[in-house]
Design a protein around this ligand. Structure first.
Ligand code: GUN
Ligand code: ZN
Length: 436
């Protein structure tokens, strides 16, 4: 067991439904077999557990691990391709790189870069958009397993309108997906995600194959893209007899409480009603939406319709791994929407980065905050002395103010330590001795 000692910030209940920031200075967290066994004032826990080793993290702040609900592993090396709308960006930036992952050694090194990016950013749980090649998806699972991250991912499938090397058939998609799920689903912290790229590039036969895999792999997840870009939406409608984008998945039974659809920048009210009725979640990807000029996310309409929303970095259209940046950009967008926007507090932002993601991924029993009974998935924020975040935190007027400063100023370089299930995992920028 280890007794962690620190200043803890988390959001055990959603601020969208009345929750608020929980702040506890000099908090003790007793961690046994990766799970938080007790929580309370450090002095009290120390008296009860006098012999346990103590890890003193009071110098910075302790937060739950970040949960990224939409991030593309094959795109880590093309982050920053600015100036193009979605379909042009896919053609010129993303897809040429994704074809390179046919080569297994290349895919393996990309997977290593990708996982390092997640860990550096303090992301401990992620729904990862995989690759079009099964061998590359194996590399992703292997890398996540080596680092001990909670990763849900799978084979990306498409059978039309992409460059030929990225295409498959419904039959091959089905069998390769099942093979991958057999190898990885339920191994350690890994799970399988059925992943048609988007209905623009997936025929009805591929979507049917996806539905078969989803039902044959108990506990697997479903993810894809929806309503991201107006041009894309028109093209999808033309391919599916004028159907609404959400319905192109729904008619195959792919919209369920185990579904996370990315973007949804331009939904109709009827689509929001379908998402709410089915219990599906939306991954809001604010830096990507801004970088590709996709639009301003209608968060208020989602919340009022009862659709669950979490955050995704959408690397590589998104501009980096840090969910602090995504949270800040989400806040900006709601400000810019004026009366149609939803004013967000720093507690909303932390919830969107943690508890909301855990909920969207069906992991809320285990992660998302630092309550007793949850896994100890945590990040230690430790800005360099003298940098603007350190100065801001030293002068914060309240815990909510400190958290606002974290979202305004925090970056991956402020993450000084990362734990998953009580295991400390290291990154290149490690600043904490590995043992208490
Ligand atoms: N739609 C289909 N593929 C992609 C992708 O790779 N990135 C984004 N942002 N949207 C997509
Ligand atoms: Zn995406």
């Amino acid at each position: 067991m280890t007794l962690f000692r620190g200043n803890v910030l988390d959001t055990p209940t959603s601020p969208f439904t009345g929750g608020s920031l929980r702040s506890q200075d000099d908090c003790g967290l007793l961690v046994r077999s990766g799970v938080i066994a007790a929580r309370g004032p450090f002095d009290v826990l120390r008296a009860e557990h006098a012999d346990e080793p103590v890890l003193d993290l009071r110098e910075g702040l302790l937060l739950p691990g970040m949960v990224d609900t939409h991030v593309h592993f094959p795109q880590v090396r093309v982050i920053g391709g600015l100036g193009l709308p979605l379909l042009d960006w896919l053609d010129r930036c993303a897809l040429p790189e994704e074809m390179r992952l046919a080569e297994a050694d290349y895919a393996r090194s990309v997977a290593r870069d990708f996982v390092a990016g997640l860990v550096d950013a303090g992301t401990t749980t992620a729904l990862v958009f995989g690759a079009h090649y099964a061998s590359a998806v194996d590399s992703m699972f292997e890398a996540a397993d080596q680092w001990g991250l909670r990763v849900t991912t799978g084979l990306v499938t498409s059978d039309r309108l992409l460059p030929e090397p990225l295409l498959t058939t419904a039959e091959r998609a089905y069998s390769e997906s099942l093979d991958l799920a057999t190898r990885w689903h339920g191994k350690g912290r890994l799970r399988y995600a059925v992943t048609p790229r988007f209905s623009l590039s997936a025929s009805e036969a591929v979507l049917e194959a996806c539905a078969a895999v989803l039902s044959e792999v108990p506990g697997s997840w479903f993810t894809s893209h929806v309503n991201e870009n107006l041009h894309e939406i028109r093209e999808v409608a033309a391919l599916f007899d004028g159907a609404a984008y959400v319905d192109t998945y729904d008619r195959f039974g792919l919209v369920t409480p185990r579904s996370v659809l990315a973007h949804d920048v331009h939904p109709t009210d009827a689509e929001l009603a379908t998402l709410a009725e089915r219990g599906a979640a939306v991954a809001h990807c604010p830096t990507s939406n801004a970088a590709l000029g996709s639009g301003l996310f209608p968060l208020r309409r989602h919340v009022e319709a009862g659709v669950r929303v979490a955050l995704g970095s959408d690397v590589g259209a998104g501009t980096g791994f840090s969910l602090f940046k995504e949270g800040l950009q989400a806040y900006f967008v709601q400000q810019l929407l004026g009366p149609a926007g939803m004013p967000l507090t720093s507690a909303h932002l932390l919830w969107l980065c943690t508890g909301a993601g855990a909920d969207a991924l069906g992991l809320a029993q285990d992660v998302g905050d630092l309550s007793v009974g949850k896994q100890f998935d945590a990040i230690w924020l430790l800005p360099e002395p003298g940098d603007p975040l350190a100065v801001g935190l030293a002068n914060a007027s309240s815990p909510d103010d400190a958290l606002s400063k974290i979202f305004a100023l925090g970056t991956s370089s402020d993450v000084g330590g990362v734990w998953v299930g009580g295991d400390q995992i290291a990154s290149g920028r490690w600043r904490l001795p590995l043992h208490p």
